[in-house]
Structure formats: C-alpha cells, structure tokens
Unconditional design. Sequence first.
Length: 83
Amino acid sequence: MAAKSCRKIEVLIAADAIIEIIAGSKEPVGCAEIAKAANLTNDSVFRQLGTMTDLRWVEKIGDGYVLGMRLAVVRAKKKAGLE
C-alpha cells in the first residue's frame, strides 16, 4: 500500500541516525557524543536509547552503547525465511 503523505516521521529519522552512529563506532558511544553527532538534544537521545535498550536494539556497556542483538536476530530470521 502506497503512503498518502510524504511527511517524514522525525523520531524514526533520529533513531536511524543514532543506530548509524553506534554502528559506525568500534567502541561504545556515549549519549552526549551521539547527540552531538546527530545534532539532537541529549534528552531526546537519552529517551531513544532507553527505548532502544528495552527493545534490545542497543546494549549499554559502561557509559556507552553498542548495537544490540535484536536487529541481528530480525535480519537472520528474515534471511532464513522464518518471518
């Protein structure tokens, strides 16, 4: 079904930027560093990271974040034809 509007959902754009920043780092990335790189507020990044942690999209290690297993599991299921 085609979308009726071209209006973007900003929270998804922000989530995508956060995931890209984390994915592009070899070390865990802190909230303030992500906020600065994504041009977002610390508060919005903090809330997004909290939700992403609950969903297992990211994992907190020390004071930083790395990609979580949930995204890999979803991709693996799709590749295996399980979803």
